[in-house]
Ligand binder design. Structure first.
Ligand SMILES: [Zn+2]
Ligand SMILES: [Zn+2]
Length: 485
């Protein structure tokens, strides 16, 4: 940092970012852009406030301290974003390795049992004559197996590469943006006292920060929501006997919303204006609900999961998945169904097959109350209900990665992960809606509180179609809708 500005750095500062063989000679205040002569010819001929660089830089002082803080903040976010993409790539790799092993193991078992069958039946008939065919058969099957292993592995590798490719592109963009900004950050203290270079460095720095901010907003799950509006909508219908208790909210891609009303044993469909347009009575209290396809949800209840389809603003009951215990929470990701049973989390396939036990805590009741899963399936989030003021983050295999506790998160009840991977959780007793970082380690923002009308929140969901966060409450006929950016 103490070294003076190198010639190379000076040249790079003076070079146009778009036309790398040209030097910056002008500044357009209309576009807030540094221009070379080509830039000027192409885009700024009609601009009114184009001035030569020395004139533009004269008398302009930049608040370098302020800029430096912003730069450092963006640099750190970029690094985090890079780690995030690398983490997703690694997690994909691990899951593919596991998948591959299972397929090969399965095939091996089948072939061995088949061979055994052949051998037994052959021994029972004419032992001597069949001796050769068996060894032949064994040889043949061995070859088949080798081929299968080879082709499966090849196919899986290709699939993995294909899925990793977009993440790699994002990771590389992070590295490039970080690199460019870091160079400017280093250059700035060295150009103090040189007005033109200072001017260029600060403008380039700001431009880079803006670019990085847009990139982070689009690609990083730690992009923090800002709330810029609120509305309240009544979801009580005439056939309701009790005050509503909205234990789950699910936003459909078409902008419609489903709410699970626990006190009235109903699942209600809301249109884009949040009016109830249809409802379905369910057998028992609906505890939780998740999206399976754009027109199908799964509702977790006592001892069963009820699938419900939505078509033309009507709800219809589909198949059921019988459970051995009370299902308190449910989440879905790419064919994997995660179900909470109060004190344990299990993974199922959509075709009702139990895959594995993932996590458990029997130290109290409802320690594993609700769960949510990241878009890539590499992070699972869990909340407990009583005296469990924490959000747990698990790896794909159930390993505990992080525990989050905070005074603004008392008795978390509602939990949701957005399609971009942002983690939302509400504190039932603290009357809060929070956004937590994707690693599940820290709070990024308190999005809404009691002052915004949050009172005993019980569920939360983000709709990317309407860019809003919907909050369902306990003993309240109204739902809250926060417009966010
Ligand atoms: Zn240019
Ligand atoms: Zn211009």
């Amino acid at each position: 940092m103490k070294w003076p500005l190198s010639k190379k750095m000076e040249t790079s500062l003076l070079t146009c970012v778009i036309h790398t063989s040209e030097q910056i000679t002008m500044y357009c205040a209309d576009h807030s852009q540094l221009c070379c002569s080509i830039c000027f010819e192409l885009n700024h001929r009609l601009c009114l406030q184009v001035t030569p660089l020395p004139q533009a830089a004269r008398g302009k002082s930049t608040n370098f301290k302020n800029l430096s803080v912003r730069t450092e903040n963006t640099l750190s976010q970029m690094k985090q974003c890079q780690t995030y993409q690398e983490d997703r790539m690694m997690s994909l790799k691990v899951s593919y390795k596991e998948h591959e092993r299972l397929i090969v193991d399965g095939l091996r078992v089948n072939i061995v049992s088949y061979l055994r069958e052949c051998e037994t039946s052959t021994v029972n008939t004419t032992h001597e004559h069949m001796q050769y065919p068996i060894s032949e058969m064994r040889e043949g099957i061995k070859n088949l197996l080798a081929d299968f292993e080879k082709s499966t592995i090849k196919e899986k590798k290709e699939e993995l590469n294909l899925k990793q490719a977009p993440l790699k592109v994002l990771r590389n963009s992070c590295i490039r943006l970080h690199y460019e900004l870091f160079h400017l950050h280093v250059a700035i203290p060295k150009v103090l006292g040189k007005p033109e270079l200072s001017f260029i460095a600060s403008k380039k720095c700001l431009e880079n920060i803006q670019q990085s901010d847009i990139f982070i907003k689009e690609n990083f799950s730690n992009h923090v929501f800002t709330v810029n509006g609120k509305s309240v909508h009544n979801v009580k219908i005439p056939s309701d006997s009790y005050t509503c208790q909205i234990k789950a909210v699910c936003a459909l891609p078409n902008g419609q919303v489903l709410v699970a009303d626990c006190y009235n044993d109903k699942v209600k469909l809301l249109n884009q204006q949040y009016q109830v347009v249809s409802h379905l009575d369910v057998r028992d209290e609906p505890w939780d609900m998740c999206l399976i396809t754009p027109t199908e949800v799964a509702v977790a209840m006592d001892y069963e999961v009820q699938f419900i389809t939505v078509s033309q603003s009507q709800l219809a009951k589909g198949r059921k998945l019988k459970l051995q215990y009370e299902g308190t929470g449910i989440a879905h990701n790419q064919g994997d169904l995660y179900i909470c049973f109060g004190t344990a989390l299990y993974k199922f396939t959509l075709s009702d097959k139990l895959v594995s036990w993932l996590y458990g805590d029997t130290s109290a009741d409802l320690t594993v109350y609700k769960c949510a899963v990241s878009p890539t399936g590499d992070r699972l989030y869990i909340i407990g209900r009583y005296r469990q003021h924490k959000l747990l983050t698990l790896a794909r295999d159930g390993t505990l990665l992080a525990t989050f506790t905070d005074i603004t998160l008392l008795r978390p009840l509602g939990l949701h992960v957005t399609p971009a991977g942002q983690v939302l959780v509400c504190g039932h007793l603290s009357n809060t809606v929070l956004q937590v970082g994707w690693k599940g380690e820290s709070k990024l923002a308190t999005l809404a509180t009691q002052e915004d009308g949050v009172w005993w929140p019980a569920s939360v969901c983000y709709s990317s179609t309407t860019s809003s966060i919907i909050v369902g409450q306990w003993g309240d006929d109204n739902i809250l809708v926060f417009r966010v950016e």
